[in-house]
Design a protein around this ligand. Structure first.
Ligand code: PLP
Length: 368
């Protein structure tokens, strides 16, 4: 009997030991501040249920998700003394769900603050929260004027046990961009008005902007999962993801023959073309048509033609036929062609490649 691994069209291997090592490296960098783990979008597509216990084992006690539902799912895995924060806060009216699952909201607006304080009053106890302020990204959190209005109320922090005040950086991946300092200054000023409760500002790249940005709690995501927090420089993180696709068939085509939809590739000479069973429905973006390569026994086989929904075609001319027989596995993501490399080819960022990784892959977790 075949196993799912031997039957599947592609194998996604996730190195949990590398994720743990990445966590420890980031924790060392931000110490004495605490280091959390951002787990939104199913741990950037890698599987929160598998990743969370490994991070906890590595010492992580603070976790972030985006949605309440993600928090509820994570609480099934993390049942202990960890804190699970929900970045979007509670949807209106869902405050009690937050409490039922021991989730802590990030309060992003006066409306969310008021609702959480209402829940506290109803229960007659203080409720934990993070308050988010907008230091220049205009995405989430209270802008300075809204913070002022809040603080002008009578007993503004009534019912709140504020763990942190947080904000988010817009250009942390561009270390020389002056807006990093600007956001730091704005954040520092707002935090002072709030009575200097512990701060949280840095995402993965923000950690590498230096200790000024660390405050009490760092919030890395992509770097835990092997993404490069320092675009343009050597990646300090260990690679986490490898992806192998299976050859469905290989054929020789003549000079002038076409490959794929829209006939976007025409062979200049006789070529051997292998069809690999990974396509855009698996997260290999159609933008990668005629771009990049796969590795076969260490040799590069360029992608030719359009990426289809379930398959892509690669030029394997000159590669030993025994390596491209039906059923052979070829490397799509590896230390030689990383998530960030593929992202650059597709005109996007590693985050999008990771979170697009398909549900059809056989997932293999190693290093646990
Ligand atoms: C996604 C996110 C993070 C993590 O960002 P990375 O760049 O992946 O490290 C941190 N904070 C907030 C508010 C986020 O939305």
């Amino acid at each position: 009997m075949n196993t799912p691994e031997s039957r599947c069209g592609a194998v996604l291997t996730i190195d949990l030991a590398a994720i743990a090592a990445n966590y420890r490296l980031l924790q060392q960098r931000v110490g004495p501040a605490a280091c959390s783990a951002v787990m939104k979008a199913d741990a950037y597509g890698l599987g929160a249920a598998q990743v969370a216990p490994v991070l906890r084992q590595a010492g992580c006690r603070h976790f972030f998700v985006a949605h309440l539902e993600e928090g509820i799912a994570l609480r099934k895995v993390l049942r202990g003394d960890e804190t699970v924060y929900v970045l979007h806060g509670a949807p209106p009216g869902a405050e009690m769900d937050m409490l039922e699952f021991r989730l802590v909201p990030v309060l992003n607006s006066q409306q969310q603050l008021t609702a959480w304080q209402g829940a506290a009053r109803q229960l007659g106890r203080r409720l934990p929260a993070i308050v988010q302020v907008d230091s220049g990204m205009s995405r989430m959190g209270m802008p300075p004027a809204e913070v002022d209005a809040w603080l002008a109320q009578q007993d503004p922090k009534a019912g709140l046990d504020l763990h942190y005040v947080m904000s988010h950086l817009a250009v942390a991946d561009e270390p020389d961009h002056p807006f990093n300092r600007e956001q730091l200054a704005r954040f520092t000023a707002i935090r002072a008005r709030l009575g200097n409760i512990p701060g949280s500002l840095a995402n993965s790249s923000g950690i590498f902007l230096g200790p000024d940005y660390h405050f009490g709690l760092a919030r890395p995501g992509v770097a835990l999962y092997g993404g490069n927090p320092l675009p343009g420089s050597a990646n300090p993180m260990q690679p986490v993801v490898t992806l192998q696709g299976r050859v469905v068939q290989a054929r020789t085509i003549a000079a002038g023959d076409y490959v794929g939809y829209a006939l976007s590739y025409q062979a200049p000479a006789e070529r051997t073309i292998a069809t690999v069973s990974v396509g855009y429905a698996d997260g290999w973006l159609r933008h990668l048509s005629n771009k990049g390569h796969v590795l076969i026994g260490g040799a590069r086989a360029p992608v030719v033609g359009r990426v289809s929904m379930d398959s892509m075609t690669v030029d394997v001319t000159g590669i030993a036929p025994s390596l491209v027989t039906a059923g052979a596995l070829v490397d799509l993501l590896s230390p030689e062609q990383t998530v960030d490399d593929v992202a650059a080819l597709a005109g996007t960022i590693g985050y999008e490649i990771l979170t697009s990784l398909g549900q059809r892959y056989h997932r293999r977790y190693i290093g646990d």
